[in-house]
Design a protein. Sequence first.
Length: 278
Amino acid sequence: MRIDVVTIFPEYLAPLGVSLIGKAAERRVLEIRTHDLRQWTSDVHRTVDDSPYGGGPGMVMKPEPWGDALDAITANPLPESPEVAPTLVVPTPSGRPFTQAKAAELAERSWLIFACGRYEGIDRRAIEAAADRMPVEELSLGDYVLAGGEVAVLVMVEAIGRLLPGVLGNADSARDDSFAAGPMESLLEGPVYTKPAQWRGRGVPEILTSGNHGAIARWRRDQALARTVANRPELLARLDPVTLDKYDRATLAGLGWEVRDGRVERTEAEDFVDKQGS
Ligand code: 6GU
């Protein structure tokens, strides 16, 4: 996969040279090129922003440097498949959610270009002009506001890159991840343990040293259900009940959840008649 990143802070992307993604780049599974947007400015101040039409706070990124940057980068297609158009990813808190499913979808593309906005965003015309020539994905990490797209690119490239064949050491390690199965059958992962067997007076759950692999799998599933109830109850409500066996349902009952009308829902409290009034 080829990844181009356009930013006014190329040094912000230095972590892409480290660890899993850095190693993958060394092994040529990934080719990451970062570009300074200011190389596509022509004034002495290398201006990339201006005040917003219509007024308001902050500054907007000018369209010309972005247009020239995308022209220049797309003028050098993949040597192995010169016909493929890149996908442009624009990290923005106004985008659609960046999910594990979106990471998996983007991991199938051979060429991604990330456009890091700063300030109040990029002039809309630059995005629209790009969309005439290539798929454009405006994506958000979540419901909070970062100062710019650079950190979001680090997050997205790591989430996408670890799904590429040959990036993870163990081909199975992505399979059991929280969200690997998609939102309809996702539970959070439960706790994990390693040696020593005793540490500061704390042991390891006995089941994990029993050698009973069926019982271990059941225990892990129960832990996943309990953690999902505690931390992300809205994920449970999205579960397809056909993914729940009778043991799952018994565990959920003990946690105050049940399958009702084909949905996973919180069990009504004993006093529910009282709440209805009389
Ligand atoms: Cl992708 N960008 C910025 N600037 N802020 C964000 C975000 C992205 N996702 C959440 N907040």
